[in-house]
Design a protein around this ligand. Structure first.
Ligand SMILES: Nc1ncnc2c1ncn2[C@@H]1O[C@H](COP(=O)(O)OP(=O)(O)OP(=O)(O)O)[C@@H](O)[C@H]1O
Ligand SMILES: [Mg+2]
Length: 507
């Protein structure tokens, strides 16, 4: 007779139902796992046999066949151990078969029968809840699973024995409680950055509208400092964002102790990062840095030092908000709606354009360095701002610069205006201007007469692409939102245009 357990396979952050069928039949002694399983899954045979043995359950001297259905869906990872073991236990009569029909099961087994944490418990719990099932997962992941629903059946045992006792009713386990880690205190504060008024203003506009921003300037002027302070002025994650961010973190195995984090993600990969590290993929499908930065900030310091092909691979996620990874036997997409912050020197020696400085390698020093960034990539950066060296006067100024808490208040007010506007338009998922579609921005960016004349002049003079045109409108809308102004005036538009006028490729 066949016993069945439910589990899932992951495609991106989606959990696809998988049925684990176990049959114990007369024949050659041994255990076979079929159903497009990868190495980690086929190795599960050894772990399951040892864990059952350690839990006091003798393997029958029979032929055991495990089928993972649907057979054409690739199965990756170690979370199939527990459903296979439970299917086998049900086939041997160690636990009632009916229990397995009600639960989705995932977990890795250790040789001694304990159940080890696995990735993807949160998406699996959400999918199980949506399908009206309960969830059995490792104890270490229970807090994460509890977020899916307050009343779905949830069992989070530490070992196979605990689980068997629970389902037989001899020793009941407590339901795990959802856990959240409080937002980190002591983020770096903007009050430490002296001078740089225009760069600070640009950072505020970027934070208010979710725009991509590039800082360009000589070494030691505060570019990395400014970029690292962006999280300190962004509003905390909303409930919907919290769940989206945590789903990706769960798939990536980045949730410590099963606790979700209210911190907005801030990812700063080193410039030696490979395309797989940044975009995702590799031998086992994994979310890359762009997806780990979902709903948060991706900071690329020393931008031209990244390999040009890696930088260009960001073009697609920047445009669509998703990272699509084509693999030999499937196509996986992960969410990747991040805000890009980048910093760079104007040339390799770092001083091009500084008063009184002449580059040793002449003008090529600057043009070669900047040519590492492609035009289409730069076209996706709404705000490009020069960060000149700080003057001695500014460093010695007695008045301390404005801190993050004041700036955060203005940014939060602009965010509230945008959310209310998008909600009124029936677009609750859109939260910031940078994320709205071309037709939506044309609808909400009402230019007055002066602003309209300026825009048509500038579009011609700067030869704005259609994308640039829409992106300028979005930044202008944000500048007006920071002003709490319903319409976009000439001043708002001029500021947005100034942000794009700098660092055009080849200038
Ligand atoms: N505007 C500033 N106000 C206060 N300190 C500053 C400022 N700019 C730079 N510094 C000082 O210089 C150090 C380096 O700054 P930062 O790393 O931001 O420079 P950078 O512009 O990123 O340089 P690089 O191009 O070399 O990466 C800081 O740790 C700080 O001590
Ligand atoms: Mg730096």
């Amino acid at each position: 007779m066949i016993s069945r357990a439910r589990t899932v396979a992951f495609q991106g952050v989606d959990a696809i139902p998988v049925s684990v069928e176990v049959m114990v039949s007369p024949g050659k002694i041994g255990m076979q796992i079929v159903g497009l399983a990868d190495k980690a899954v086929t190795e599960s045979r050894e772990r399951v046999q040892s864990a059952l043995h350690a839990s006091g359950l003798a393997m029958p001297p029979k032929r055991i066949t495990v089928n993972l259905a649907p057979a054409d869906l690739p199965k990756e990872g170690s979370h199939y151990d527990l459903p296979i073991a439970l299917g086998l236990m049900a086939a041997l009569g160690a636990i009632p078969r009916e229990v397995l029909a009600e639960y989705v099961v995932l977990g890795e087994l250790s040789l001694d029968g304990s159940i080890v944490a696995v990735q993807g418990v949160l998406p699996a719990a959400v999918a199980a809840n949506a399908a009206g099932h309960g969830l059995i997962c490792p104890q270490a992941c229970g807090a994460e699973a509890a977020w899916a629903s307050a009343d779905m059946p949830l069992i989070a045992p530490r070992s196979l024995i605990q689980l068997a006792n629970h389902v037989r009713g001899t020793q009941l386990l407590e339901r795990p409680q959802p856990a959240i880690r409080a937002a980190a205190a002591g983020l770096p504060d903007l009050s430490e950055v002296k001078g740089q008024d225009s760069a600070r203003r640009a950072l505020e506009v970027a934070a208010a509208g979710g725009h991509n921003i590039l800082f360009r300037g000589p070494p030691g002027s505060g570019k990395s400092m400014l970029a690292q302070r962006l999280p300190s002025i962004l509003p905390p994650l909303g409930p919907r964002e919290l769940l989206e961010v945590s789903m990706v973190a769960s798939i990536a195995g980045a949730l410590t102790d099963g606790a979700l984090s209210a911190n907005r993600p801030f990812r700063a990969p080193h410039h030696s990062a490979s395309m797989a590290a940044l975009i995702g993929g590799g031998a086992r499908a994994r979310p890359g840095e762009v997806s780990l930065a979902h709903c948060g900030v991706l900071f690329l310091d020393e931008l031209p030092e990244f390999s040009p092909s890696v930088i260009d691979s960001l073009r697609q996620p920047l445009e669509t908000g998703e990272a699509a990874i084509a693999r030999a036997n499937s196509r996986v997409t992960y969410p990747a709606r991040f805000q890009l912050v980048a910093a760079m020197n104007p040339c390799r020696c770092g001083m091009a354009g500084e008063p009184g400085h002449v580059c040793a390698r002449g003008p090529r020093c600057q043009s070669d360095y900047q040519a590492r960034l492609s035009g289409p990539f730069l076209d996706r950066i709404d705000i490009r701002i020069d960060v000149p060296a700080v003057s001695a006067g500014e460093m010695l100024a007695a008045r301390p610069p404005e801190g993050s808490s004041q700036v955060r208040k203005r940014v939060a007010a602009a965010h509230r205006l945008q959310s209310a506007r998008f909600e009124a338009m029936g677009l609750p998922a859109t939260r910031v201007n940078a994320r709205c579609s071309p037709s939506q921005i044309e609808e909400i960016a009402r230019l007055d007469g002066d602003a309209q004349r300026l825009l048509s002049d500038a579009a011609e003079r700067l030869r704005l692409s259609a994308r640039a045109y829409h992106r300028v409108l979005k930044v202008a809308r944000t500048v007006a939102d920071l002003d709490a102004s319903p319409g976009i005036g000439r001043g708002h538009l001029a500021e947005a245009l100034a942000y794009r006028g700098l660092a055009e490729p080849g200038r």
